[in-house]
Design a protein around this ligand. Sequence first.
Ligand code: 4NP
Length: 172
Amino acid sequence: MTPSAPEHPLRVAVVCLGNICRSPMADVVLEQKLADAGLSDAVVVDSGGTGDWHRGEPMDPRAAAILTEHGYDPSRHRARQVTGDWFDDHDLILTMDESNFDDVRALARTPQDRSKVQMFRSFDPVSTPGDDEVPDPWYGGPEGFEHVLRLIERTSDAIVANAPELVTELAR
Ligand code: 4NP
């Protein structure tokens, strides 16, 4: 039996702690790569943070600068906090590190909610169980942001390559 067409695009959220560095970078990069692949109507992306300190703020200037340097547009981002009702509006919630993973799973109300949460780098072709995080660059220098962008671009390429299967499996 062929699966019926989904009623809506695959709705993906990327999540970190503050929603001003890692997850907004992943949001912008993944969205751009989906657009470049002609998949903007099939997969929609947004982002949030588990903490509330930066709600309403634009991206960290260091994150915005590295994105601009690499040809992405960071200007539209405003930080938001993840709440339990995000499970109603998303098919897949991708977390940057293990503590984000635990914090988002703690917001889940049902086993089905919990099953929507995965590590972002679970899609990275070279991740391993001991190396599956996008590390927090907040306290470090610009090289940390370079490293984060490399991880995000590689993982986003893999998500785009898997997008047709993900839409079929997860969008309802
Ligand atoms: P993010 O980075 O989780 O990648 O957005 C951080 C941003 C802010 C803070 C920590 C991490 N903070 O402690 O305010």
